[in-house]
Ligand binder design. Structure first.
Ligand code: TLP
Length: 346
């Protein structure tokens, strides 16, 4: 199977498994796991923050970031297609006690002026307190769209002007920085907190990192325990994260090239709608023209022929390239698509 449903499906490589096997471990709740401590220092350094913390998932990283950046009842300004709003089970409201003020972004990118209009009057006690601005980079539903660093800088000025904090869901931050060939700190210097996922394109089996200043990470550590995310001998998992950061960052460029190759091929088939110029990283969305092709049959026939894609809406599909999809696999997907379409076209 060539699995394009998500970059979360990657499996550890032999090198990664060896690193995990050899990891030195201790009890991380006591702060005594040397490999986890090493990973946390490494990520803090990479992102130019005072500290970072290992957490089980991207969802928990976001949940903790919401909780530690706000007080219950506060309002968070974000794009209406943000992962934290659409795909995290309502945890922001249920567990972190915040409400969301949704803006219509441009492929997920927020407009600083619209943000400013959304900030509540802190002097009016009828209003919730706006306390946090939330951005997602790359933007998943925006098609892996990359935030321009200058836009993040502008948003950060806006946040400071209104005394708000700024968080970046950087589940795929390193896809953005590899695509732009910039240092991650070109983004992270503008945000108060961020998170990155080790278990997406980087290929680790588990784990995300939250980063910020020392006080913030102390709060996150307290809430991580409260939310049941304090783990013990996680050095085995941290070792996979260290290996991923040492070996799998630069290669993200291959995933981007494969996604572009696939997008260009899809654009040439008249039963699909896609703008290949919008594919800048490893995520692509395309629409099926229903008069020409039945979306359900397409999904099924692709599966029968060894290709998995994610059907997001009735005629809306997502494909994500990653560590376990080579250029040859991508070419195979293209030929399978063509073959399936020739059988199914109406
Ligand atoms: N995204 C998953 C699904 O939940 C949709 C995927 O397959 O893309 N932030 C962003 C931007 C994400 O895309 C995801 C996962 C998360 C947070 C949550 O990470 P996990 O899955 O580790 O909880």
């Amino acid at each position: 199977m060539i699995d394009l449903r998500s970059d979360t499906v990657t499996r550890p490589t032999t090198g990664m498994l060896e690193a995990m096997f050899k990891a030195e471990v201790g009890d991380d709740v006591y702060g005594e796991d040397p490999t986890t401590n090493r990973l946390e220092e490494k990520v803090a350094k990479l992102l130019g923050k005072e500290d970072s913390i290992f957490v089980p998932s991207g969802t928990m990283a976001n949940l903790l970031s919401l909780r530690a950046n706000t007080q219950p009842g506060d309002e968070v300004i974000l794009d209406r297609n943000s992962h934290v709003f659409l795909n995290e089970g309502g945890g922001g409201a249920a567990i972190s006690g915040v409400q969301f003020f949704l803006l219509e972004g441009d492929r997920g990118m927020l407009d600083p002026l619209k943000i400013e209009q959304a900030v509540r009057d802190p002097g009016d006690y009828h209003h919730p307190m706006t306390s946090l601005i939330w951005i997602e980079n790359t933007h998943n539903r925006g098609g892996g769209c990359i935030y321009p660093p200058d836009l993040v800088k502008e948003i950060s000025h806006m946040a400071k002007k209104h005394n708000l904090r700024l968080h970046m869901d950087g589940a795929r931050l390193l896809n953005a920085t590899v695509a732009l060939r910039i240092d991650p700190q070109e983004y992270t210097r503008y945000v108060d907190s961020t998170m990155i996922c080790l278990s997406k394109g980087l290929g680790a089996p588990v784990g995300s990192m939250v980063a910020g200043d020392r006080e913030f990470i102390k709060r996150v550590r307290r809430f991580r325990k409260m939310f049941g995310g304090g783990m013990r001998q996680i050095g085995y998992l941290a070792a996979a994260g260290i290996y991923a950061l040492d070996h799998h960052v630069e290669r993200l460029a291959e995933d981007h090239a494969n996604a572009r190759l696939l997008a260009k091929a899809i654009a040439q088939l008249d039963c699909f709608e896609i703008d290949p110029n919008n594919v800048g990283t490893n995520i692509l969305y395309f629409r099926v023209v229903e008069e020409k092709l039945n979306p359900g049959s397409l999904e099924e026939e692709l599966r029968k022929n060894g290709v998995l894609v994610h059907r997001v809406g009735s005629n809306f599909f997502r494909a994500v390239t990653h560590l376990d999809v080579s250029r040859q696999d991508t070419l195979k997907v293209i030929s399978t698509l063509k073959q399936v379409i020739s059988q199914l076209s109406l």
